[in-house]
Design a protein. Sequence first.
Length: 254
Amino acid sequence: MGGTPKRMENFANFIMKEIGHKLPTGTTLLDISQYSYRYSMYKVGPVLSISHGMGIPSVGILLHEVIKLMYHAKVRDPIFIRIGTCGGIGLEGGTVVISEEAVDGMLKPYYEVPILGKMVRRPAKLDKQLVKELNAMAHPEDPYDTVIGKTMCTHDFYEGQGRLDGAFCEFTENDKMEYLQKLQKAGVVNIEMEAVAFAALTHHAGIRSAIVCVTLLDRLKGDQLMAPKEVLEEWQKRPQILVSRYITKYLQTK
Ligand code: R2B
Ligand code: URA
């Protein structure tokens, strides 16, 4: 799973090549949920490549539906992996981050959701073994770093991530830097917007899951994405490469 329909179409085509999957003659890869006008979904043999949109509510709805899909399709032991983008904390743009922990905007390791008027708290746990297995897929000759670390998940891209360049900003550059340094001290290496719900809902369903994101910038150095579009696109392939190595290996040992 990943945020945008285009990235997940690209991933579907990429993984099809990597695992050597052949579509039945006369057929092409199709977005099988195109008429939902919400998400996109591609099936490539044993791999589903699905977009989840931006933010916790969007990924939450999708996860309910994909978890039900797994159940009705009688899929045994599925693995859910989010391939995304994020802001790095003290990491150069283009660094791949495998999340070992997910925390919310208050640095709490759970997903809180009001259900029938009561706040329900679900632990945002990721699979430790899967983190190691994914990390082992990084090659020493990759021209970028792959790191393991704590991921903060926010409800907002601008004020919620301490940006100064939103429509509103009621704090100073100093306040922002103090906050980001506090996050760094707490072990946070990247910030994105889905990790807590992704980790909590998969854990609640007993599904092994992982999150692999590429940093689009170092938030200690700025707020805006300054890298050219082509560079940003190349960076977004990096989590796909790591995950495709994992899937290929996994399928060979099955
Ligand atoms: C990363 O990028 C998106 C915000 O631009 C959001 O979906 C996320 O987690
Ligand atoms: N996605 C985020 O949520 N934050 C960033 O800084 C970059 C991508």
